[in-house]
Write a protein that binds this ligand. Structure first.
Ligand code: CXF
Ligand code: ZN
Length: 373
């Protein structure tokens, strides 16, 4: 029997999200039905709402869901009925990237995450019997129930049984992206300097991870003083306001240059300036959404002669089944106190939650969708 659910429907940026009745399709063998307890809001949800990403509308968004498994298909191994799980992005499992446990670069990322349905075009969510675009990041968790897949569900380890799911929800995207960029992609070395430009969720996660890695100094750059204060609480040793010649200040502080620069802004000039501040073998890691027309320009001899690297990074190179439990462990040890970033909203206030993120009032809004117990 099909499952009834309530889902927030996105019709683009000219209308608010509306919570409406929908139905979930029958599960396939590799799928799970999750009762969603909470879901974080990420900038990629906004990018789709604003149609900067080609996901078809109207659509059920939400890709930082956490919840409890209600039903599993025969081939599922990641979790069983009753398990507490986090959902993340989906991947195909058989392309050259998935073969080497690098699913964030899945060759088939689009059909598995952004096509509005399963890769074969079928619907995971229906409205009045018709296909509703969903299966966003293999979940669509701005809803009371979601269909997820064996590859994008991670069971919360039993030792984390006392951590509420509503706190763990954002681990599945923003937090893993920032922390993974530092720990997995750039592999930041202890004792080397790191600068993080833009301290939203991804930048804050990068700051906490840089501290875990033993980087020193750890420089945070942003235009928002409150966020810079928070970055200091989470591990930044220096904070520079972007309005106030931050690049010049980094240069004065570190005449030998930066070991690592992490850009979350996607602004062409910022990335080029950061490249100019790199020490030999330094890396600029890029995760910000860029203007599709932008081109970067670097000095060739500084690039080649100094062994410098410019690295595009997706999802912090997260291999979900290993990295998400590791992040939860860091959190339990007090080394990844991401709860300081979260502001909670009832599901019905989804539009206020989006506004709070866009105005900068809340770093990571999380929607409370159902009671955990
Ligand atoms: C994604 C990008 C692709 C890999 C996983 C994370 N970002 C979402 O906001
Ligand atoms: Zn995201």
């Amino acid at each position: 029997m099909a499952t009834q659910a309530r889902a927030a429907i996105c019709n683009g940026n000219s209308e608010p999200f509306k919570i409406e009745d929908v139905e979930l399709a029958e599960l396939r063998p590799d799928e799970l039905r999750i009762r969603v307890v909470a879901c974080g809001i990420c900038h990629t949800d906004m990018a789709v709402r604003d149609q900067q990403l080609p996901v078809p509308l109207p659509v059920v968004l939400g890709h930082e869901g956490a919840g409890i498994v209600e039903e599993v298909g025969d081939a599922v191994t990641s979790a069983k009925v009753g398990d507490r799980v986090i959902m993340s992005f989906n991947s195909c499992g058989h392309c050259p990237s998935c073969e080497i446990e690098a699913p964030t670069y899945c060759y088939n990322f689009f059909p598995h995450n952004w096509s509005g349905g399963r890769p074969d075009g079928s619907a995971t969510v229906l409205k009045n019997g018709d296909k509703m675009n969903a299966n966003f990041f293999g979940q669509s968790s701005f809803a009371t129930h979601a269909i997820a897949h064996d590859r994008n569900v991670v069971k919360v380890p039993d030792k984390a049984k006392d951590l509420p799911l509503e706190r763990l929800a954002p681990v599945g995207c923003g937090l893993m992206t920032g922390a993974g960029a530092v720990l997995n992609s750039m592999k930041v070395r202890a004792g080397l300097p790191v600068a993080v430009v833009g301290v939203g969720t991804v930048g804050m996660a990068a700051i906490m991870a840089a501290k875990i890695a033993g980087a020193d100094p750890i420089i945070a750059v942003d235009m928002n003083e409150t966020r810079l204060e928070m970055a200091k609480e989470l591990g930044a040793t220096h904070t520079f306001n972007a309005k106030d010649d931050a690049m010049g200040k980094i240069k004065d502080l570190l005449p030998q240059g930066l070991g690592y620069a992490f850009d979350t802004t996607g602004i062409n000039k910022v990335i080029q300036d950061l490249f100019g501040l790199l020490a030999p073998m330094g890396i600029v890691g890029m995760v910000g959404a860029s203007d599709p027309a932008d081109m970067l320009k670097f000095n060739e001899s500084e690039f080649m002669g100094g062994g410098r690297r410019v690295m595009g990074i997706l999802g912090g190179d997260s291999d979900l089944q290993h990295f998400l439990p590791q992040l939860i462990e860091y959190h339990m040890n007090g080394q990844f106190p991401f709860d300081k970033l979260i502001g909670y909203f009832p599901f019905e206030d989804i539009n206020e939650a989006f506004e709070a993120s866009e105005s900068g009032k809340v770093v990571k809004p999380v929607l409370r969708i159902s009671e955990e117990a």
